[in-house]
Each structure stands twice: as C-alpha cells, then as structure tokens.
Design a protein around this ligand. Structure first.
Ligand code: FAD
Length: 394
C-alpha cells in the first residue's frame, strides 16, 4: 500500500507534470532508447518520431498523479496499458529499467528534491506491481487458451487480397498446421518482422471472424518514406513467406448486451468492425446493427461488396456510408449516403436513438468527433468502446 504521505506528495506534483510532463517523457525516452538497445527493439520508433509515445506517457503520468488518491478512476487505463504491454512483450524485468529512466528524467527536468523523488519511486513501483500482476494473467491466458502460445509463433501468408486502392488483406495460417487461438472479435495480433531495414513489431486488428485455422489482417499502405512495415507487406511479402505472430490480445471486443450495436469506423479503422460484424450476425442474426463507415470514395472503400451482401441477407443490418471526396461516378450513382465527414447531426438522424452500444475506430479527428457526440448524448461509459491505432492518449 502507498502511505498517505506518498499519496499527498505525488498528488502535489500534478500541476508541475501538467506543465513539464512532455519534457520529462521526451528526456526519458531519449536517454533510455540511446542506452538500452534491448528496450529500444520493443518500441515502435515511428511513435517516438511522431511524438505520440512521449505524449501518451506524459498524459498517463499526469493522470496517475492526479488520481493517486482515487485509483479506481484508472482501472480502464490500466487494462489498456496492460494489453498494450502484452502486445509488445513487455515483461516484469523491463519495469526497473523504465523506472530508472523515468525517475532520472523527473530529477533532470524538475529537480524536485529527494523527498519527492522517493515518493515517485514508491508510486512507480506500486503501479508497476499492479501492471505486472495483470500482465502475468494475460500472458498466461494467451498461452493456456485452446490453440494459444507464448511469445511469437511462425505463420505463413496463405493469401493476399487487394481490398481497395490502399488496403490489402493477408491471410495467415500457422506453419505447424495446428489450431490457433480464437480471438475475441475486435482484438489484434502483433507481427514481428525481420526485414532488410531492421526488426519491427506492429499491431494489426484481426478482420476475420473468430476461427481456429487462420487470421486475416487488412493493412493500409502508409505513405513512403514512412510506412516501413505496411509498404513491406503490400509490396514485398509473397505467398508462402513466413511471418511471426503473437497470440491475440486487446480489450476492445464485443460485449454481450441487449442494446442495438453501432459499429462506427473511418478509413482502416474498419478492420476490427469486420470481425465484430460477422461474429454478431453469426451469433445473433436478428440483433439490430448499425454499420457506419466513412472513407474518401468508392476507390478507397474496402470490402464494400461483402458488407452490401450481408445487408441484403440480414434485414436487421443497417449500413451507411459517408464519402469525403466522392468520385464523379459516386455522385452519379449515389453510392454513398452522405457526402463529407460524419457529424453529430447525421448520426442523430440515422440512429434509432442514443441508447446503443457503440464501438468505434478511425483517425484521431474522427475519434474526437464520436467521443464528443456520445458525451453530448450522455451515453454511459460502459456503452462506449473504442480502439486507437497508436499510443493511447487518454
Ligand atoms: P511507420 O513507419 O511506423 O510510420 C507510421 C507513421 O508514423 C507515419 O505515417 C508518420 O505519421 C509517423 N512517422 C514515422 N516516421 C516519422 C518521422 N520520421 N517523422 C514524423 N513522423 C513519422 N493498421 C492497419 O493498416 N490495419 C489495422 O487493422 C491496424 N490495426 C491496429 C491495431 C492496433 C491496436 C494498433 C496499435 C495499430 C493498428 N494499426 C493498423 C497500425 C499499424 O500497427 C501500423 O502503425 C501501421 O501499419 C503503420 O506502420 P508502418 O510501419 O507502415 O508505418
């Protein structure tokens, strides 16, 4: 347990962390990644370069200081962190290294004195112990479930299907031909690639319905010169090539509930929704489902034929498409339900009411718009579920 004194001291640092948190985490990552090559391999360096990772950690450190006297407010954040750590194979032995660099960075930027540093040391260890315990359970579940495995397992690319002008799907089967863990619809795997440019790990949501034979991932080709892994997958990887996968993880998955389900996506945020949609229709073919997707136009629209076909078969499935840059032919044939971006008024117009279970995923501005809308509609937190394709910001 943390002492009252530690709690008070750490909480008193929250204003300084609000102001200098990003400076602290930038300093921490710079020193740690320069001196610890083994730790560096576990991080997505693109998220360092874009500044997203230091920003996410600064937010997390501030939230911890702010809520250290009310830790239940952090339960969801701890769950997300634990799942992301498991995805990156972060283990108990890595925590002292991260702690050392975090404390040193607090000292370097704030020079707060020994009493505050000692309080932060205890607070860090306390949170590390909670995360390590939770991650231990998640690692064990990954390994012990039917078809599960620890660490990475070799898979083969059995099929590669172009879904749109920027998204291609990859069908991945285990090399040992044994069964694989059935994911919860919405979860993701981590791929580990050893390619001429270096060793990379990336997460991809599973876009197929849960099964024990294969996973399908659907990947957007990022613009070069960034986009190392997605370009490698699109351009270089061939059928029968090997790829190493972690077992599925993640806490964005369908919850069992009676309410209508709204699956809301933009761009490649579509991928977890595909798995959820197929699963929902398989398990509960009469449940009202609102599948809403935003993309540029018909050329970038992935898997539309599959979804349109499902909507013809299941009258309870209501589909809505919004194109921000429709092509001439899209306008002529009215292939979309809305032109421009999805907004609150349109959602209000097409949904049966606010009392639904919401699942959403897409670029940052889209996520903010949906979050603000649901907040405005006073949708309870337990009905709001989302995935972030990068470091979690809140
Ligand atoms: P990177 O080389 O990592 O570059 C990605 C971006 O980083 C660039 O576009 C740029 O914005 C930034 N960046 C890189 N280098 C720099 C630099 N020097 N300066 C400034 N900015 C820079 N993606 C999918 O396509 N489909 C999915 O289903 C999917 N699911 C995901 C699920 C989860 C849980 C998570 C966390 C991510 C998911 N992603 C998904 C994203 C995916 O993991 C990769 O991030 C994505 O494919 C890009 O990787 P990359 O190596 O191609 O690009």
């Amino acid at each position: 347990m943390l002492s009252n004194k530690t709690i008070q001291i750490v909480k008193s640092t929250a204003p300084a962390l609000a102001e200098k948190g990003l400076e602290i985490t930038n300093c921490m990552y710079h020193n740690m990644l320069s001196n610890e090559p083994e730790i560096k391999k576990m991080f997505n360096i693109s998220h360092q370069r874009s500044g997203l990772q230091p920003k996410a950690l600064a937010n997390a450190v501030y939230a911890y200081a702010q809520n250290i006297d009310n830790l239940s407010a952090l339960t969801d954040a701890v769950e997300v962190m634990a799942a992301k750590h498991v995805a990156s194979q972060i283990k108990a032995e890595h925590y002292p290294i991260v702690g050392k660099y975090l404390l040193a960075a607090i000292d370097q930027v704030l020079a707060p004195g020994q009493e505050i540093l000692d309080a932060w040391q205890s607070a860090y260890q306390f949170l590390a112990d909670i995360l390590i315990a939770r991650e231990h359970i998640l690692y064990k579940q990954q390994k012990d479930q039917a078809g599960g495995w620890p660490g990475f397992r070799e898979f083969i690319v059995s099929d590669k299907v172009v879904e749109s002008d920027c998204i291609t799907s990859f069908y991945l089967v285990p090399k040992d031909q044994k069964s694989i863990a059935k994911h919860l619809p919405g979860q993701y795997i981590t791929i580990s690639l050893d390619i001429p440019q270096g060793q990379y790990k990336r997460q991809y949501s599973i876009s197929s319905v849960p099964n024990d034979k294969y996973y399908r991932i659907s990947v957007k080709k990022e613009n070069t010169p960034c986009g190392i892994v997605s370009n490698y997958l699109h351009e270089e990887i061939q059928l029968q090539d090997s790829i190493h996968l972690s077992a599925p993880t993640g806490n964005f998955y369908l919850k069992d509930n009676d309410k209508p389900v709204v699956l809301l996506s933009a761009g490649v945020g579509l991928t977890p929704m595909l798995s959820m949609l197929s699963f929902l229709l398989e398990q509960n073919p009469t449940k009202p489902i609102y599948f809403i997707h935003a993309t540029n136009n018909s050329q970038s629209h992935a898997m539309r034929t599959d979804i349109d076909r499902l909507a013809l078969k299941y009258p309870n499935l209501h589909i809505f498409y919004s194109y921000s840059q429709p092509l001439e032919k899209d306008i002529q044939h009215q292939t979309m339900h809305k032109t421009g971006r999805i907004d609150m008024d349109w959602l209000h117009h097409i949904l049966p009411g606010n009392d639904c279970d919401y699942y959403f995923c897409g670029p940052q501005s889209f996520m903010q718009m949906v979050q603000q809308t649901l907040h405005h509609w006073q949708v309870p937190a337990q009905q709001i579920n989302y995935e972030v394709f990068g470091p979690q910001m809140a």
